[in-house]
Design a protein around this ligand. Structure first.
Ligand code: SAM
Length: 443
């Protein structure tokens, strides 16, 4: 059959050999993921669906995800290698740099052979500077470099955290970034912690908690199908711990989905109303409740517009935040979040807090939490709130309410920084405040 003639200016279709390069589709998806995070500021997990849609094979999807995540985790160090191998200034968002980052991450982190990494990298340059990419890749890989351990944090993040917490904090954060976090489980029946720890060959660091080694596949474990436990970081389990036993009292779980805290509260005997604006995330919350045979009333609503019919005995607000506290699991966070996003989120948190504070019965508790390492979303938020609301006071957590190794701060808050329980695998970075609304004065 004759070849169809190309019109002048028309782009050549990818050659048969380019299409046939094994593993190319996964690398193309990884490039889309990197673009989504670094150019458009999208969370990696959110971008995953669209970026890997065309991949039929689950293992290709997992590979695309792993390449993008490893690239993001080591981005400053990969860039340093690239810049050290050429006198040419390659812009931060140039396709050549994106492709080089991905290819080098595969060789240096995922044990891909250099010939396989470059064979799947060059077709991604798409009419761009293939020679430059080939040259830089060859110069770097011939030197057999080793990436620094721990990885270097992005410069702005390290400087911000050093300014807020002192120089030791970003150093501890980098050490935590270097290792995969363990798998933490929360138990439906905290009284059976020792039994489950033994059965699952894990450690228990608090009632209702079992810690398993990183990478443990969860669904095949005993108790998963039966809903005996769910995956939840130890620090993330602390906000609900501070509300104690419910004994049938009513709690509003605000920003509830996918429901880690809802399940804890329901398991602790609270009557839970769980509110979230995301239908998709609420659906997951419903599935989680069904699996664990726990129950809660689910409400899909934007908390800036919704209000309960009457005040509750307690309110837990797990506010939307920068999520810089979960950077170990989500390395994209450190590249997407800067002062502008933190300021915008802090304003939203203040709005939600002001509303939630009106929904607590006098004498009841308000627990405010964020998985953030930014004081603007924690300590500073509380300073402003307490100044505006004289009807609220801090109720510091008592040590027996917290896992050993996590303590109240001098101000009476809970703040998990990267050095907390570092020897045992660390925790996510959280800020938690428990406040009491004053009972009205008796006449
Ligand atoms: C940190 S996550 C909640 C995690 C959850 N509490 C748990 O323990 O599994 C924050 C949640 O806030 C929800 N959210 C953000 N803005 C909201 C708003 N204005 N109204 C209601 N929910 C909101 C998001 O959909 C998201 O599910």
């Amino acid at each position: 059959m004759p070849h169809p003639r190309r019109k002048p200016g028309q782009k050549a279709a990818p050659s048969r050999s380019a299409q046939a390069v094994p593993g190319l589709a996964a690398r193309r998806a990884a490039l889309r993921l990197l673009d989504a995070v670094l150019r458009r500021g999208e969370p990696l997990e959110i971008a995953l669906h669209a970026a890997t849609q065309g991949l039929a094979d689950r293992s290709d999807k997992a590979l695309a995800h792993a390449i993008a995540a490893e690239t993001l985790r080591h981005l400053p160090d990969l860039d340093a290698l690239i810049d050290g191998a050429t006198a040419q200034a390659i812009p931060a968002d140039a396709k050549a740099r994106m492709v080089l980052r991905l290819a080098l991450a595969q060789v240096l982190r995922l044990e891909t052979a250099p010939h396989a990494a470059i064979a799947t990298a060059l077709p991604l340059v798409d009419g761009g500077p293939r020679k430059l990419v080939h040259g830089v890749f060859g110069t770097v890989t011939r030197a057999s470099p080793v990436l620094p351990d721990p990885p270097t944090l992005p410069g702005e993040v390290a400087a911000r955290w050093a300014g807020q917490w002192g120089e030791a904090m970003p150093a501890a954060a980098a050490r935590a970034y270097a290792v995969r976090p363990p798998v933490d489980l929360s138990l439906r029946e905290p009284a059976r912690s020792a039994e489950w720890a033994e059965r699952l060959a894990g450690d228990t660091l608090a009632p209702g908690h079992v810690r398993l080694p990183e990478g443990t596949p969860v669904p095949p474990l005993p108790g998963f199908k039966e809903g005996e436990w769910w995956v939840q970081d130890l620090a993330a389990s602390c906000p609900a711990r501070l509300l104690g036993a419910g004994n049938g009292r009513h709690v509003l779980d605000l920003c509830a989905a996918p429901g880690g805290k809802t399940m804890q509260l329901a398991a602790a005997g609270w009557r839970v109303t769980a509110v979230d604006q995301s239908a998709k995330r609420l659906e997951r919350l419903g599935e989680n409740l069904a699996r664990t045979t726990l129950s809660a009333d689910l409400v899909k609503a934007d908390l800036r517009e919704w209000a309960p019919q009457e005040p509750a005995d307690a309110v837990l607000l797990d506010a939307p935040c920068s999520a810089t506290g979960i950077y170990r699991r989500h390395p994209d966070v450190l590249h997407r979040i800067g002062p502008r996003q933190i300021e915008e989120l802090a304003a939203l948190q203040a709005e939600l807090l002001a509303r939630a504070a009106d929904w607590v019965k006098p004498g009841g508790h308000l627990v405010y939490a964020t998985c953030s390492l930014e004081p603007a979303e924690g300590e500073e938020q509380m300073t402003a709130f307490l100044a505006a609301r004289p009807d609220y006071t801090i109720d510091p957590a008592r040590q027996e309410e917290l896992p050993a190794g996590i303590a109240s701060t001098g101000e009476g808050f809970v703040r998990t920084l990267p050095d907390v329980l570092a020897e045992q695998g660390g925790t996510d970075g959280f800020f938690i405040a428990r406040l009491t609304r004053s009972a009205p004065a008796h006449p």
